[in-house]
Write a protein that binds this ligand. Structure first.
Ligand code: B1N
Length: 831
């Protein structure tokens, strides 16, 4: 019976039956109309497209709800070891299609909408993607939670619910203009706020010593102000396995006690100001990718979400009588880069100050509860916080960090003697240029494991960035090569290819991507090659349509699509791509090269620049300027085209990548930690032109040299050239093709004759060139000529393309998660 007396929390029927609503078109229509009427408060006849989108989303949610509630209940009941993934970013992309797919509802929903006279595709387009991340790091977190759910790993993603995600990019006269990303304004059907589960987070104030009941002197923190952290839960459905995990994002709300105090003192305006001040914390995502900003608000964000997450886990995931000394048997907090590392002193503070544990016991526990993933090698990207700022905002945490450091350095001394140079190099506290906390060092000391994100990166991390730590902690360092979810990036983004694969290999590859190996044999089958080529052609047509509607851009027919999409950063070397385009253009325009000798190509860029990164913005301007000139010049018409759709995001990636022929992965060797776009392209059958960097190395090893265009210096060669004293102008002097290209830019040919517009870009290349664009230019141009020659043989190209897909199964994020489980988490197999 379901009368009210039986609906107590403990009663099994307090949760809807796990079967959920009926999986039929009729049932779906009924549920949808219910949601339209009762949630949106409109009749179908008077509903807006947004009403219909929201009602559809609610309906999909309803189908997942019973499983979600059941999984939450079971996760608590079983008390198995689980993963708390701590990440300041989750670049989720649109949710509707993903959730339809996971719940096997795509066909039913499509038919149900049709029965209501609605084109489901139109509703799809209305979803504003949650852009709560900058680039690869945030997208990786999103892929990982998808894999965790699909592999039924007990886990929760924790992060920040930014009111404004990554800015919307527009171009005005070719220059980037940023617009706020108001992703929440039309409703957010995928989230569930839980104000009753809010956490109070302290900031500022002071610390004090006191004697406890046993007369022991202890420390405590008396915060100066507090903020409420309100969790919003998101469903993370596994693919076809009925599992629904949780992503829990925190939003800042003013603490009412704090406000009322001021309010009662009569200062209404001050009370309101204080409220907005508190709510600033989760207001906006910092738009820097790779180079973090040492801003106070960012540290506030970091502590805010991490403290809320730890408290949330301790309060809600552990049974009431849990023995905290057993914490490592119940949880591993995975630190996604250094952004959440303040969690380390926070857990120490909770255990020692709040739970009364002895320091040594607490430290032993803490060291088993954290693991740290590093995502960079760039020295400027290694996060540090000034002691001054940290001490002001989190005085108790600073004391704890000092003690961790003192004990750590004492252990180093014991082991290596009074080697002051080494001590200084290993200290968590740096003294220059200002006294500051090196968050990567803190994470390394506290973490049970430290991993890089590709083989080469992990090796360089051990040998170049943290060699002393590797020596001090044998076995602590490991590698987990990144991966991407095949659900979103193959099944959803590339349905044509997905069908073809299923036709060839049967179902099952979506959760066992190594099965793609089976396609190797099909690469030799002309009929399969023809079908595969037709899928690529169809994907190009689909992209053309999207770019026409979205941006008014016309993609030329029959061109090779040469694609470089990623954040704009000098180390990624969009400038090298520009020099290639200008070289081709200059060659044809000057008549030295016959247009007919060049493969018709469309170059597609997608890239956002951090708003304060002046050089990156200049490069965006230059790409657009080159595009305007090239696209308007009849001499290269039908041969060269440059397209730069603004606001590259996950949604656009899902259209661009499946259409690509050539994937540009051209960072300076030793600079790109991994890359994940490179994997998405290979899995879509694009051939890579790339350096020996990041995961490119592993892609090339797997797909084979014949199916990959390698160029450029290796990392040791880069080091050697630096050491010898790199002079970019020497390359300019000695390579006439390079000279012509740079001179053309410098001449004002792309800036209406104005030589000053791109002068800073040109002189940076000639006199600085930190990322050695000029040194790799010749090799790149040579490799591009090989690309041209290879593309001329379409059938051979298609064969290579199939082999790229067949041999890239390793790059599934399911495999990454398996590696994390085996090498780091040691969580038991699913429940
Ligand atoms: O993380 C990706 C890698 O594939 C990329 O190679 C790497 O560049 C990227 C501060 C970062 N590293 N560091 C960041 C992002 C935001 C921020 O505020 C740093 N992103 C990466 C996934 O492993």
């Amino acid at each position: 019976s379901t009368d009210s007396t039986s609906l107590r929390a403990t009663h099994p029927l307090a949760i809807a039956p796990v079967t959920g609503p009926p999986s039929s078109v009729d049932g779906f229509v009924r549920e949808f109309l219910n949601n339209l009427n009762y949630e949106q408060g409109v009749a179908l006849s008077s509903s807006s497209p947004n009403d219909r989108y929201l009602a559809l989303a609610y309906t999909v949610r309803d189908y997942l709800m019973a499983r979600w509630l059941e999984d939450q209940r079971r996760q608590f009941e079983v008390q198995a070891k689980g993963v708390c993934y701590l990440s300041a970013e989750y670049l989720l992309g649109r949710q509707l299609d993903n959730n339809l797919l996971a719940a096997r509802l795509t066909d039913i929903a499509t038919e149900a909408m049709a029965a209501c006279g609605i084109d489901i595709d139109e509703l799809r387009q209305l979803e504003v993607e949650p852009g709560l991340g900058n680039g690869g790091l945030g997208r990786l977190a999103a892929c990982f939670i998808d894999s965790l759910a699909t592999m039924s790993v007990p886990s929760t993603g924790y992060g920040l619910r930014y009111e404004y995600g990554i800015f919307r990019q527009t171009f005005v006269d070719g220059e980037q203009i940023e617009q706020p990303d108001a992703w929440l304004t039309l409703g957010s059907p995928w989230e569930f706020p839980h104000p009753e589960a809010a956490q109070t987070i302290g900031f500022g104030g002071h610390t004090e010593k006191y004697n406890d009941d046993d007369g022991v002197t202890r420390s405590r923190w008396v915060p100066g102000w507090t903020v409420q952290a309100v969790p919003y839960n998101y469903m993370v459905p596994g693919y076809h396995n009925g599992r629904v995990n949780t992503l829990r994002l925190w939003s800042a709300v003013a603490s009412s006690a704090f406000d009322l105090r001021i309010f009662n003192a009569g200062d209404y305006a001050e009370a309101v100001r204080a409220q907005t001040f508190a709510e600033n914390i989760s207001k906006v995502l910092y738009p820097e990718d790779s180079t973090p900003q040492g801003k106070e608000l960012r540290l506030q964000q970091q502590y805010f979400f991490v403290a809320a997450s730890i408290h949330d886990f301790l309060e809600h995931s552990l049974s009431a009588d849990f023995d905290l000394t057993k914490l490592p048997e119940r949880v591993i907090f995975q630190l996604n880069d250094t952004h959440p590392v303040i969690a380390v002193p926070e857990l120490m503070r909770v255990l020692v100050d709040e739970k009364g544990m002895e320091w040594d016991a607490a430290w032993a526990i803490t060291q088993q509860c954290f693991a740290y993933t590093c995502h960079t090698l760039l020295p400027e990207a290694l996060e540090v916080w000034s002691v001054d700022l940290l001490g002001r905002l989190l005085p108790r945490h600073l004391e704890i960090i000092y003690r961790i450091n003192d004990e750590f350095l004492a252990a180093v001394r014991e082991r290596f003697g009074d080697d002051e140079m080494r001590i200084r190099n290993m200290s968590i506290i740096a003294d220059f240029p200002e006294r500051s906390v090196r968050m990567a060092f803190l994470a390394t000391v506290a973490g049970a494991k430290v991993n890089g994100v590709a083989e080469l990166h992990s090796q360089l991390l051990r040998e170049k960035v943290l060699p002393d730590f590797d020596e001090f902690y044998p076995g602590k360092f490991t590698n987990v090569t990144n991966g991407v979810t095949p659900r979103r990036f193959v099944r959803l983004a590339n349905p044509g290819l997905a069908s073809l694969i299923t036709e060839a290999l049967g179902a099952g590859w979506t959760v066992d991507l190594e099965r793609l190996r089976g396609l190797e044999a099909f690469a030799e089958d002309p009929e399969f090659r023809a079908k595969f080529a037709e899928v690529k052609a169809a994907n190009k047509r689909r992209l053309s349509e999207v770019l026409r509607v979205r941006d008014g851009l016309e993609v030329s027919d029959g061109h090779m699509l040469d694609v470089m999409v990623k954040r704009l950063h000098e180390y990624k070397r969009q400038m090298l791509k520009v020099l290639h385009i200008v070289t081709l253009y200059e060659g044809i325009a000057s008549g030295r090269v016959a247009a007919s000798d060049v493969q018709p190509r469309t170059f597609i860029f997608g890239a956002k620049a951090a708003p304060g990164y002046v050089m990156a913005k200049r490069i965006i301007h230059l790409i657009n300027a080159v595009g305007s000139v090239v696209n308007a010049d009849p001499r290269v018409e039908g041969r060269l085209q440059v397209l730069f759709p603004p606001n590259y995001n996950v949604t656009l990636a899902e259209r661009v990548i499946p259409a690509a022929d050539l994937s540009e992965q051209i960072s300076l060797a030793g600079k790109e930690a991994s890359g994940t776009g490179n994997m998405k392209f290979a899995l879509s059958g694009a051939l890579t032109i790339g350096t020996d960097d990041g995961a490119n190395v592993e892609i090339r090893q797997l797909v084979g040299d014949d199916n990959f265009f390698l160029f450029g210096m290796t990392e040791p060669e880069v080091e050697a050239l630096w050491a010898a004293g790199y002079k970019p102008s020497e390359f300019y002097q000695s390579d006439e093709g390079l000279r012509w290209a740079i001179d053309l830019i410098a001449s004002g040919a792309f800036s209406g004759g104005d030589r000053s517009t791109f002068e800073p870009v040109v002189s940076n290349l000639l006199y600085d060139d930190r990322f050695m664009v000029l040194a790799d230019y010749a090799s790149y141009i040579q490799a591009q000529a090989e690309v041209d020659a290879a593309y001329a043989d379409q059938d051979a190209w298609t064969r290579s393309s199939i082999l790229n897909v067949a041999r890239s199964g390793f790059f599934s994020s399911d495999r990454s998660i398996r590696d994390y489980i085996d090498r780091i988490w040691h969580t038991p197999p699913s429940l």
